[in-house]
Design a protein around this ligand. Structure first.
Ligand SMILES: [Zn+2]
Length: 301
């Protein structure tokens, strides 16, 4: 509770600071994306972990550099107000999937540095293990429990949805996409007793229709990946994030935040390749859906 009241004080001073020194509309806003905070992983899952020591080092850097954290929902609400409710050096920390190590490793570190975060939870694996990571051979990673989530929520961390079973939504039939999105929101809201307004696409994959379903389901924002800085002009349903990897150094993080360049930011060529790959995926997804629909109609006939 002491930490909660402390963060309220921080927020008030931020608002005052923003009134005196409002962010410019062109300001780049960093949204960092973490997954598991752990030292152990299978070879294939290794790119998705950051050790507790590396997280500590990065949070220390952010605190010493006078960054102030806000949640994703705070950020998108600030977008609508031209950024006036943002602190002068905002940072958004996001953690995907809902591993138990968010509770055991990330939460104590965030509290210690006075940071908040947005946690995206895959609801179908709460109280269980990372069973969907079969391809990464890392299926026994403990996931958060509902009890831990309630405590995380009470500590001022925003809890967002990350679908129910962590499947690539751009490849699924639309009725399944709808169920994945709506069910995860409903479950979280029932257990946490409050509105859940932010979503993150599993694997960062989405299409225009998926984006539309997220919006229709009542979410106010959705995080993609995109490997670049976000801004007040970003699409609130495809927010850009920077992926923090096990080998991300504090120097690389500092370079990205201060210059918008460096190894954390995708080059133009990489962005074009990514765009093309996504276009091919979306076209394939549409083809698959139309074939499923044709088969379904034929079966009915
Ligand atoms: Zn994920």
């Amino acid at each position: 509770m002491a930490w909660l009241s402390q963060s309220k004080l921080v927020l008030r001073s931020d608002v005052l600071e923003a009134m005196v020194n409002p962010p410019t509309v062109t300001q780049q806003i960093p949204i960092l994306m973490y997954h598991s905070i752990s030292s152990c992983a299978s070879q294939r899952f290794r790119p998705n972990i950051v050790t507790p020591e590396a997280l500590e080092e990065q949070l220390t850097y952010l605190e010493e550099s006078h960054y102030t954290s806000v949640t994703v929902t705070h950020f998108v609400q600030a977008m609508a107000k031209g950024g006036y409710t943002l602190p002068s050096r905002p940072i958004i920390l996001t953690f995907d999937d809902g591993y138990e190590d968010f509770y055991t490793q990330a939460l104590p570190a965030l509290r210690c540095h006075g940071f908040t975060a947005t946690l995206y939870i895959t609801t179908g694996f709460i109280d269980g293990t990372s069973r969907w990571l079969r391809a990464k051979e890392d299926t026994t990673r403990p996931m958060l429990t509902w009890k831990q989530l309630a405590e995380i929520n009470a500590n001022g961390i925003e809890c967002g949805a990350h679908s129910h079973t962590h499947r690539p939504l751009d490849m699924l039939p639309l009725d399944v996409v709808y169920e994945e999105i709506v069910h995860s929101k409903k479950l979280l809201e029932e257990h946490l007793g409050q509105m859940v307004s932010s979503f993150a696409y599993p694997f960062g994959y989405y299409s225009d229709r998926v984006q539309q379903i997220v919006q229709e389901a009542g979410f106010a924002s959705a995080c993609a990946v995109r490997l670049t800085m976000s801004s007040l002009f970003d699409n609130p349903y495809a927010l850009a994030r920077l992926a923090i990897r096990p080998d991300t150094s504090v120097h690389a993080l500092a370079t990205a935040l201060s210059t918008g360049c460096g190894p954390l930011i995708a080059s133009s060529a990489k962005r074009v390749r990514r765009c093309l790959r996504y276009s091919v995926r979306r076209a394939y997804g549409r083809l698959r859906h139309s074939r499923v629909a044709v088969k379904y109609v034929r079966r009915r006939d």
